[in-house]
Design a protein around this ligand. Sequence first.
Ligand code: IMP
Length: 449
Amino acid sequence: MPGLVIVGAQWGDEGKGKVVDLLAEQADVVIRFQGGNNAGHTIVRDGETFKFHLIPSGILYPGLTCAIGNGVVIDPRVLTEEIDGLRQRGVDVSGLRISANAHLIMPYHVLLDTAGELKLGKLEIGTTRRGIGPCYADKASRLGIRVQDLLDEKILRQKVRAALAPKTQALKELEVERKKLRKKGGAEDWDARLDLHAIVEEYMRYGHRLEPHIADTAKLCWEALDRDGTVLFEGAQATMLDLDHGTYPFVTSSNPVAGAACIGAGVGPRDIDEVWGVAKAYATRVGAGPFPTELDDETGERLRERGGEVGTTTGRPRRTGWMDLVALRYAARLNTISSLVITKLDVLSGIDPLHVCTSYRHPEGAVFDEFPYHQSIIHEAEPVYEELPGFEQDIGGARRESDLPKEAREFLDAIAESAGAPIRLVGVGPGRDQVVWMGADAPDLRAAA
Ligand code: IMP
C-alpha cells in the first residue's frame, strides 16, 4: 500500500508527467504500463526543461526505481538516446529498470506505420508514426520481439526471421507509398530496415547497452507493495484514446485506462488503492477523430497559443476546445477516478464567459448526458454548453485554494460536481511549484498506507 494510478482523463497531453514528477518524490517505484515513444512528457525543473518519451518522469529523483513495464512497447534506439541524453545532463539513471517481457519496436514497425498512414490518405488516423500500432499487432499475433530476446542472438535471429516474412510481403503492397516517402527523403533506408542481419546486429548492440537495466519489473512492484511502499503507475496517452473504450479507430493501440495498470505492470486489481485522473481545464486532441467541443475560432487559437499546444512528440499543433464534461464523466466512471487533477487553469484567464459541455445533441434531436456508445453519434454530436463567468487575474502565483479568484473556484466546483470526484490538485503554470493543493497541503502518500 498504496498503489496509485495516474491516468489521462481526456485525449492525452493533460500534464500527467508533472503530476508524476510531484508525487514521485514520495514513491518507492514509478512504473509506466502502456504506450511507447508516442508519448511525451515535459518537465520543467529549476528552470531546465526535460522531455521524456519512454523513461518515467520520476528518473529526476536520484536512485528512485523507475520502471518501464511489460505493457510498454520500446524502441531501443529511442531509449538508448534518452539514457545518453540524461547522462550528458548529469542525471543519475541507475534506478532505471526495463521489463524483460516488454515488446520491442522494430525498424519494420516504423515503416509499416508510416507507409500505412500514407496509404489511408484522407482516412489516416494521424498516428505519431513511431511504429506503435504494428508493434502491438505483432504482440497479439505472437510475432513480437521482447526485451529478453536481446540477450540471446540465436533466439533473436529466429524470431526476427519469422516476424520479417509477412512484413516483406505487406510492404511490397506499399510500393506507391515507398516512392512517395523516398521523394520526401524518408525511405532511403527502407531495405536496410528489412535486412535480417543488419537488424540482428543493431539490436544485439542495444541488448548490450540495456542489459544492466533489464529486470523482472512486476516483482519490483510486488516487493515495494508488500513492504507498504508506494508504487506510482504512470499512464501515457489517455482514456479517450483507449483501444477498447476510446473513439475507435481514432485511438492508440494500447489501453491507457486505469485497469490496464494491472496487466501492463503485472499487479492485481487489489494492489490499486487510488486512481488520479488528469484533465486540462479545456480540451485538446492531436491527430484525427471526433472531438465534439473543438473550437475552430479565435478562442481555439488563443487556447493553442497561450497553452503552448504543440505536440511534444511530433511537433504537430494540437486541436483545442472547451472542457467536455460528458467525456470527463465517462472517464471518471471507466477509471474509477478517486481524485481529479485539473491542469493549465491559468490558460483560461481573460476568457469570459467560460464554457463547459454538459451534454451532446444529435442533429435529429436526441440529447445525450452520457457518452454514447455509437461512434456515428459522437461524430455528429453538437455540444450543449453551460456558460460560467470567467476570471481576469493572472493566477500563476496562486499557491492556495483561497488565492484563486471566486470565478475560478466556481469553474472547478462545476467540474468536480459533474465528474463526481474531488479535485486534489490544480496546475496554474508550467513550473513545478505552480500548483495549488486544494483544501490542504500536498498529501503524505506514505501516511495514507
Ligand atoms: P499512435 O499511438 O502513434 O498509434 O497514434 C494513434 C492516435 O493517438 C493518434 O491520434 C495520435 O495523435 C494519438 N496519440 C498517441 N500518443 C499520444 C499522446 O501521447 N498524446 C496525445 N495523443 C497521442
